[in-house]
Write a protein that binds this ligand. Structure first.
Ligand code: UD1
Ligand code: BG6
Length: 694
């Protein structure tokens, strides 16, 4: 969803053209999250007389000092319009700035349609005294708007964000009236604004009254600061644990702010994960941090007394290659094909070897101190959305089997809608690739308030879910850029299989089973490599299905989740109606749909449900169903009743790990269907990677 990026160079000369490129590239790194408009602000340097007549397009408003460019549509249309507008104003792209602060934003429309007036930066009004880029939702904006209107402000957008720069202007003017000779500082203005905001937000402020300064603050939504020291001596002398490092004024440096590490890692790996309630003031090359003493939760109003805090930087555990496509055409394709490596990384250091050099047990460092509590829980409740929910569903049977603790499933939004019961004796496991999904995060807050032990399973270190859970496991799958989640799904299942082993404990009665699963985990990357060889076959199958309106996927047991997830992939990227169906429910409705035209994938790999699935195939065959059967290698002849059926033969693994293998051909099918149908693979229509609003 919405994305924030800002770039501030200090003590190093940067041309306007370069600054624009850095801002545009930052926006391109945020594209994958999903957006429908974008905007930037940079400094002007033309005299007022030259700028007053230069507002050449409806999407551009130019003041005497700050330029704002906003455009509906993709980043490239913003880039084009910026260069057109710059040419029209004869603004010099070669002009150098030894210090300059630029801000940028991708917007996912929530309040108001995608349009330049609703895009960010949002402004305090003509003159652009204060500009704001915002992620999140301000829940009390109507009250604030009514107050500001009473004080003479007029609003041009339908956004909740517009109240923020206008409130800043109001506070600034009031403070200056009151203070007389003692001008109010930028951070004082923002702290006062924050006191009035309710909801979740990450914000960056830029103001013509505070040239070359930026303020960043957040509550609920993520925000990172990246620091690149340009003076070698200075950076050699500083250690990451030097909390003075940030506040060192005067050293040449480049600073980056973003809601997403992807936009920062190509510039620097030194980051500060900004915490809720913190206000960062960047001025004269230094960064000072103020924090509200008793910052309330995401939905409460901010309290009043901020104090100065010192923070150390950390290092991003991420490589630039992870966010590039490499030799692949699309991120989704790359991420499907890197699953042998991603599941390997997920297991690295977590499978403990026994005497015979074979892995014998698992160690999940983040959970080891909590296993006893989890084992004693009355039940384990899995909570997630979309693919993450499906991954949890795929893992439920093995967790129930090994832990003997009842496991229930909750779609996060539904748990919140019902205010479903969560007890102190529960362990609630929050599964989320991004760690920022609003529904899952709100469900976490709810479960935490109800006293449950909250465990996170997430791919994003430092994410809200990772920080707000009592303990958890990072899946370490590497950055996932494609909106359709693929490698995170398989890594989540691997982590949850390890979770089941860790909770289950080693008893004589289950030892053989545990060892088989652990051996299966060790060999899983090879098996994923093997199943990826079906790529060309899946492309051929996609060609056959290209014009279909609908596709059903039947699964049960361990592979009910595979049916749901396979159908979700086809639906979200190939834009084809697709439904995952619990095969046990076939006779209770879905059978009515079966005819010789509707394609149906039936998953019938070897596990406890195999004979039941064989019977399902027979019944569909009797009704002339158009079947595509997924079966274990070598089973094709025995499983398929007719020669005309397409068969997808997959390698056999331990039953609880089979969903990791079985989803791969369906991911490939969805990918090829999407490309063949001519749709956008990585940014499917209307969808966002990270759904940060409810
Ligand atoms: C950790 C280190 C890893 C190091 C390894 C061995 C991190 C992020 N991981 O991995 O670099 O190689 O020790 O020393 O520093 N957590 C939550 N909620 C979540 C996810 C995680 O609270 O949703 C917590 C865990 O309880 C744990 C910490 O975050 O305290 C790190 O979790 P994880 O990365 O899974 O731990 P290790 O695998 O031990
Ligand atoms: C969005 C994404 O809908 O959120 C999905 O497009 C994802 O791919 C879902 O499964 C849940 O996201 P997360 O980050 O909580 O796993």
């Amino acid at each position: 969803m919405c994305g924030i990026f800002a770039y501030l160079n200090f003590g190093v000369s940067r041309e306007r053209r370069y600054i624009l490129q850095v801002l545009f590239n930052g926006l391109r790194r945020l594209e994958y999250r999903g957006y429908d408009s974008a905007g930037i602000s940079i400094d002007d340097s033309l005299p007022p007389s030259a700028t007053s007549s230069s507002s050449s397009s409806s999407s551009t408003s130019i003041s005497s000092s700050l330029l704002v460019f906003r455009q509906e549509g993709n980043i490239e249309s913003l880039v084009k319009s910026v260069y057109e507008d710059v040419a029209a104003t004869e603004l010099n792209l070669e002009e150098s700035f030894s210090v300059h602060a630029g801000i940028a934003h991708t917007r996912w429309a929530t309040h108001g349609e995608p349009a330049p007036r609703n895009s960010h930066p949002q402004t305090s009004g003509a003159g652009n005294d204060f500009l704001v880029v915002h992620n999140g939702v301000i829940t009390n904006y109507e009250v604030l708007k009514a107050t500001l209107v009473r004080h003479g402000f007029t609003f041009e957008s339908e956004t909740d964000t517009e109240v923020i720069p206008k409130l800043a202007k109001f506070v600034f003017e009031k403070a200056n009236e009151a203070e007389g000779d003692q001008p109010v500082t930028f951070s004082q203005v923002v702290l006062e604004v924050m006191r009035h905001l309710e909801g979740a937000y990450a914000l960056i402020f830029k103001s013509k009254h505070y040239p070359n300064e930026l303020i960043a603050c957040k509550r609920g939504s993520p925000l990172l600061l990246g620091v690149k020291e340009l003076n070698e001596d200075a950076s050699n002398g500083s250690t990451l644990h030097d909390s003075q490092f940030l506040s060192k004024n005067g050293q040449p440096k480049e600073l980056f702010l973003s809601s997403d590490a992807n936009a920062i890692v190509e510039h620097t790996k030194k980051v500060l994960v900004i915490e809720d309630g913190e206000v960062l003031h960047i001025k004269d090359g230094g960064v000072s941090i103020l924090k509200f003493d008793n910052a309330k939760g995401r939905h409460g109003a901010a309290p009043s007394r901020p104090s100065s805090v010192q923070r150390a930087l950390s290092i991003l555990d991420m490589e630039v290659e992870q966010i590039n496509k490499g030799n692949y055409e699309h991120y989704m394709q790359k991420e499907i094909h890197e699953q042998p490596e991603s599941v390997t990384t997920t297991m690295r250091g977590r499978l403990i070897r026994g005497g015979s050099c074979k892995a014998k047990s698992v160690l999940l460092g983040g959970l080891k101190d909590h296993l006893k509590t989890i084992r004693r829980s009355r039940r384990i409740v899995f909570v997630g959305c979309g693919t993450s929910y499906n991954a949890a569903l795929a893992s439920r049977p093995i967790l129930e089997e090994l832990s003997d603790v009842p496991v229930t499933m909750e779609v996060a939004s539904d748990l919140l809608d019902r205010q479903g019961p969560i007890y102190r004796e529960d362990t609630a496991v929050f599964v989320s690739q991004s760690g920022e999904t609003a529904d899952t995060l709100n469900a976490l807050e709810y479960a935490s308030e109800n006293g449950a032990l909250c465990v996170g399973i997430t791919n994003t270190v430092g994410s809200a879910i990772a920080r707000h859970t009592h303990c958890g496991v990072h899946i370490n799958a590497g950055a996932e850029i494609g909106v359709a989640s693929t490698k995170a799904y398989t890594s989540q299942i691997v982590v949850m299989a390890m979770l089941a082993l860790a909770i289950g404990g080693d008893t004589i009665s289950n030892r053989a089973r545990r060892e088989a699963i652990i051996d299966g985990l060790c060999d899983l990357p090879n098996k994923v490599r093997e199943v990826l060889k079906l790529d060309a076959e899946m492309k051929e199958l996609a060609k056959l299905l290209i014009a279909e309106q609908s596709l059903l996927v039947f699964g049960r047991g361990y592979n009910y989740a595979t049916a749901l997830e396979g159908a979700l992939k086809v639906k979200e990227v190939a834009l084809m109606h697709s439904e995952g169906i619990l095969a046990g429910e076939m006779k209770h409705g879905p059978l009515a749909l079966v005819d010789e035209n509707l394609p149906i994938v039936v998953i019938a790999t070897r596990d406890a449900c195999f004979s039941k699935q064989q019977s399902v195939i027979q019944q569909l065959h009797a009704r002339k169903g158009r079947l595509i059967v997924m079966c274990s290698k070598g089973d094709a002849a025995s499983v398929c009743p007719g020669d005309s059926y397409r068969v997808i033969e997959v390698p056999i693994v331990e039953d609880c790990l089979q969903p990791v293998i079985n989803i791969v051909p369906l991911q490939l099918l969805a990918y090829h269907l999407t490309v063949l149908r001519g749709y956008n693979v990585d940014q499917p229509r209307n969808l966002a990677k990270s759904v940060t609003t409810q």
